[in-house]
Design a protein around this ligand. Structure first.
Ligand code: HBI
Length: 97
């Protein structure tokens, strides 16, 4: 299924809304680092994100060490940042609410 990359203007307006996320990889991805009380809390968060990713068929690139989780979102099928990435980022942020 073809997925379109966000335009430069769309990237900017979405990133204004996703203030905790940063553009990276030459604006082809967004990243955010999360810090929890301990590994158990971090892994519980990762489990919830994993379920979200499966439900949306859109999966993060991520790194975890102890209580830190670094998440990078990009759309491989689009070769860059797409609406799927920003929508998943918003849902991930809502897990913290
Ligand atoms: N996750 N981040 C990301 N990017 C994709 O292109 C992607 C995915 N998860 C599943 C998926 N694509 C499938 O639709 C197939 O395209 C592999």
């Amino acid at each position: 299924m073809s997925v379109e990359q966000l335009t430069k203007d769309e990237r900017k307006s979405w990133l204004d809304a996703l203030s905790e996320w940063r553009l990276c990889r030459d604006d082809s991805a967004i990243e955010r680092t999360f810090e929890f009380a301990n590994f158990s809390e971090a892994f519980a968060f990762m489990t919830r994100v994993a379920m979200l990713a499966e439900r949306k068929d859109h999966h993060p690139e991520w790194f975890n060490v102890y209580n830190k989780v670094e998440i990078t979102l990009t759309t491989h099928d689009a070769g860059g940042l797409s609406l799927r990435d920003v929508k998943l980022a918003r849902k991930i942020d809502k897990l913290l609410a």
